[in-house]
Design a protein around this ligand. Sequence first.
Ligand code: ZN
Length: 240
Amino acid sequence: MRIAVLSDIHANLPALDAVLTAAGAVDAIWHLGDVVGYGPDPDGVVERLRTAGASGVKGNHDAAAAGGSEIDWFNPEARRAMEWTRATISPRTATWLAALPESVRTGDCTLVHGSPREPTWEYITSVPVARANLGVLEGRIGLHGHTHVPVAFLEEDGRIEVVSPGDGSVLELRGRRGLVNPGSVGQPRDGDPRSSFLVLDTDTDTVSWHRTGYDIDAVQASMREVGLPASLVGRLSVGL
Ligand code: ZN
């Protein structure tokens, strides 16, 4: 089974469409939360995921958009964007976001936004944090986002191997346990502005990461048009 795993789409519809095209024929689409927030088209992104039959989990931005107190923890610009998101989304989108679970266990995989032990908020950015989360991970593979940076932490003989993938990187899991992050579709932060996603192949037990360009200018124009903060517009050009 080939599964496209997408995270942190952040209301960026041209990026999502580019990724869905690049992923091609897959057996399932999983998302790891932060479907909305920052970007200009929350309703469009939710509708696209719905019609594509995607399933997934709730991120901190999704929880805030659905009315949650998570907004109190946002920095001023994220908060401004979230207030715009709340005022913009349809009741149907709000209901869809509110219904997302914090984590999903399916087969060998656990899906979360942040981390297995703290699904909404924790950033897995270091070996100690990865090790602690591998200790509580149910199943073999933890799929997570939130950092907007593609990475994998693999456990072998008590050691943790860190993999920093690029476009086209293929990782053979060989039965190992690990935490795997696809990077961000809608607001990459690893210095490469192209959308990032991964494909999990459960038959070959491999993960491959992919980058795909999209019309950044068009998204930035939409953001300016609705008055989203300039720093959020600018960062899409540089992928930071
Ligand atoms: Zn995010």
